[in-house]
Design a protein around this ligand. Sequence first.
Ligand code: ZN
Length: 351
Amino acid sequence: MASAVSSSLMSPVRFCLHRSLCSRASRTVSANCFGERILCPAQGAAALCRQTNSPRWDGARGLFSRGGGGAAVEQQTLESIAKSIREQRYKRVVVMAGAGISTPSGIPDFRSPGSGLYDNLQQYNLPYAEAIFEINFFHRNPEPFFALAKELYPGNYRPNVTHYFVRLLHEKGLLLRMYTQNIDGLERLAGIPPKMLVEAHGTFATATCTVCRRTYEGEELRSDVMKGTVPKCPTCTGVVKPDIVFFGEELPQNFFKYLTDFPLADLLIIMGTSLEVEPFASLSGAVRGSVPRLLINRDLVGPFAWSSSRPHDVAQLGDVVSGVEALADALGWTQELKALMENASTTKSEE
Ligand SMILES: [Zn+2]
C-alpha cells in the first residue's frame, strides 16, 4: 500500500487513494484499450497506475487527440461554450461527475470524522474506512457495508440542480452520456435514463447473489436493508450484494462505452470531481484534442492543473452548484431548469 501512495506522489496523476480500485481498473483499461491482455499481480498497482504517464498511454492519447492543438486558437469561456451549445455547434456532450455534485444534496462523506455516517460506522471496528468497499472484507463481514447502504439507499436524498441540469441536456437531445463516480443513484432519481448513464462505480438499482449470481432489483432488497438485515438469496441463502463496484472487482461492462463515446464527443463537462481515481480520471484525456473541456469544480484538478491543459480548456471555479447555475444562465435555461426541478418535487410529494 505504501508503494502505491509513494508512487502516486511521483506521478502527475495524484491518485491511488483508492488503491485496489486503481490497480484493478488500470489493468482492465490496459487490457481493453490496447487490445492486449496485460494482467499483472495486484502488487503491481502502482506501476500500472503510472502507465497513465507511459509512452503506451500517451500513444493512445495521441490517437484520441488527432486534429487538435498546433495553430493558435481562441480562448474559450463559459459564455462562448454556452453560445456554441445554443447554436447547436456542440450537440454530443459527455458529462463526467464525482462526489462534488452529491454533497449539495447532503450526502455525507463516510470518511470524514464528525459526519454522522462515519460515527455510525465506528461501531463496526473497521480496520480503515475504505475496508467497507473491499470485497474480501465484505465476504467476511458484510454488515458495515449494509449500514452504509441503508444510509445511501435510493430515497434518502434528493437530486440537486447539477443532476437536473444533465437531465435538461438529455431532454434537449444534447447529452451523449453521463459518466458518474457516484453510487447514490441521484442521477436516476433526477430522471436521467439509465441508458444515458455509466455508473462507473456501480449502482444500488440492481444486486447480485454473491454465491449463485442470481440477479435482483434493488427494490427487492429494500426492506432488509432498511431493517438492518443482511439480505440473503432465497435460492441459495448466499449474501445478496448491491451492484456497487468494490475494490477487487471488475468495472461494469458499460464503462467501456467510453471507447466509442469519448471520441465522438464535441464537448466534455467535468464537474465535482477531484479526478484522482483511475481509470475514471484519465477519461478526461480521451476526447479529441480540439474538443473543449469545461471544468466546473472547487479547484483545478487533473489535466486542468498540469501543463497538459489544452487551449480549449475552461475552468469555472468555485461552488459547483453556482457554476452549473452560471452555465444554465449563460444558456438561457434558468427558468426551464427551475420548472423541471419544481415539477420533479411536486411529483415526488404526490407519490
Ligand atoms: Zn444465490
